[in-house]
Design a protein around this ligand. Structure first.
Ligand SMILES: [Zn+2]
Length: 438
């Protein structure tokens, strides 16, 4: 089986402390206690020092976020036992600094999810805790079994601490229950792509980092500008946290049938639906109706169907969003979408553009010049001199509202978009033609 890494990872800091490829396939999981309420980043920094001589495959931080330090294919240096590390996925969990090394709820919940994910990707359907060193080490797991081992069996340590040690039976039971739930699903759908549920614990910034590349890939296939459909995703699914996204991976509110529109190339299977009560705008007010929405196996499918709609929907014989395919100007693309009748909100274009500018989503556009890396791109940050009072705009565009006036002085620019420079203070954007670079 080919080794993969977890999609739950939000921070990757690969450590030099490992032995390269495993010599034994994965059939164990060894959870550890960090002895500190650390962040995924700080744990990664510790393991990044070769002098530290230790590492783990994963870490779960105090907020339940997952770090990757040694890829699953490689043997980490974690359990004081070469034989164990060769076959175990090792996980360092943020904990208190004193016995019983308690872990908080977020950590434990993530540990259940991460163990489930590790089992699933490695073809295991059962996680087993014997609670007995000799029995465990003499046991030959069946091909679908994953076994829990602990550091204290291999070194005179209390790791993973009595708090977690006393819960390992519960952990095994919960993970196995999650895995047996898979039986009810169509096996071919599992792990096909990213599911909105995988984003539930992520911050908005982490969601964008995770889904951004999916939109870049989609643009290369469909010609729909990544920044614009990513902004629609953010606006319409609330960073993937809406009920429709969480329950049906439907990130754009795509209904079962869209009246008056036909288009080719839909990836939707034509039958999976999710029923939800929605408020519909009527001439006399709002009415609550039960509507049927498309249900997708993963976010990638939702993106693909949305792009197929945008590029293929017709109004009579004409394309509803004529000119969108291949359009690389997000403001123009937003206008085409609005003019085609996608949304009724009069401020839809502004909303999309300000989301794009706020998060600098242009970086996900295919062929976008990578920020800082290419020589012809202006290096930021740099200093400017403002010699007369000018406007500070909320967003990088002439039509954006003015946040306030910028007094005369020297300022730092940290990003450039559309001829506007972003002030380091966060106050907003200034027009670069009105200032002097120094
Ligand atoms: Zn340990």
């Amino acid at each position: 089986m080919a080794y993969t890494n977890s999609k739950m990872v939000v921070c990757t800091k690969l450590s030099p402390n490992h032995s390269g490829l495993r010599t034994h396939s994965i059939d164990r999981i060894s959870p550890h206690c960090v002895v500190g309420q650390v962040t995924a980043e700080s744990l990664g920094n510790i393991f990044s020092k070769s002098s530290y001589r230790a590492s783990s495959n994963y870490g779960i931080d105090k907020d339940g976020r997952v770090g990757l330090y040694v890829e699953e294919k490689n043997r980490s240096w974690c359990t004081s036992s070469s034989a164990n590390d060769q076959r175990a996925v090792t996980i360092e969990c943020a904990s208190d600094t004193a016995s019983p090394y308690r872990m908080n709820d977020a950590v434990y919940k993530t540990l259940i999810k991460l163990c489930t994910d590790i089992c699933r990707r490695n073809g295991k359907r059962k996680l087993i805790w014997f609670g007995d060193k000799n029995k465990t080490l003499n046991y030959s797991p069946k091909s679908d079994e994953m076994i829990i081992t602990v550091h204290r069996w291999f070194a005179s340590k209390s790791c993973p601490g009595d708090w977690l040690y006393s819960r390992l039976g519960d952990l095994a039971k919960k993970v196995t229950a999650e895995l047996s739930g898979d039986d009810e699903e169509d096996d071919t759908e599992i792990d096909k792509g990213l599911r909105a549920k995988d984003l539930a614990a992520f911050s908005n910034k982490e969601v964008i980092a995770k889904v951004g590349p999916l939109f870049t890939a989609d643009q290369k296939k469909t010609g729909v500008l990544a920044s614009i459909s990513l902004a629609q995703f953010i606006l319409e699914s609330g960073y993937g946290k809406s009920e429709l996204a969480q329950q049906a991976n439907n990130c754009f509110g795509m209904k079962k049938s869209l009246s008056g529109n036909t288009w080719a190339g839909s990836i939707w299977d034509g039958k999976s639906i999710y029923t939800k009560k929605t408020k519909e705008q009527r001439s006399w007010g709002t009415e609550t109706v039960t509507a049927e929405f498309r249900k997708y196996a993963c976010i990638e499918d939702s993106i693909a169907d949305h792009s197929a709609y945008l590029t293929g929907a017709r109004k009579g014989s004409a394309l509803r969003y004529e000119g969108l395919k291949g359009c690389t100007d997000y403001r123009k693309a937003a206008q085409i979408i609005k003019s085609g009748g996608y949304a009724t909100s009069t401020t839809y274009v502004e909303k999309l553009c300000s989301i794009i500018e706020q998060w600098e989503l242009m970086q996900y556009d295919a062929d976008a010049a990578p920020v800082e890396e290419e020589k012809h791109v202006t290096k930021v940050p740099y200093l400017i001199r403002v010699s007369k009072r000018i406007d500070i705009k909320r967003n990088a565009s002439a039509s954006s509202a003015t946040a306030r006036k910028c007094p005369v002085g020297i300022y730092t620019i940290v990003a450039e978009v559309n001829g506007y420079g972003k002030l380091k203070s966060g106050a907003g954007w200034v027009k670069l033609s009105e200032v002097q670079k120094i």
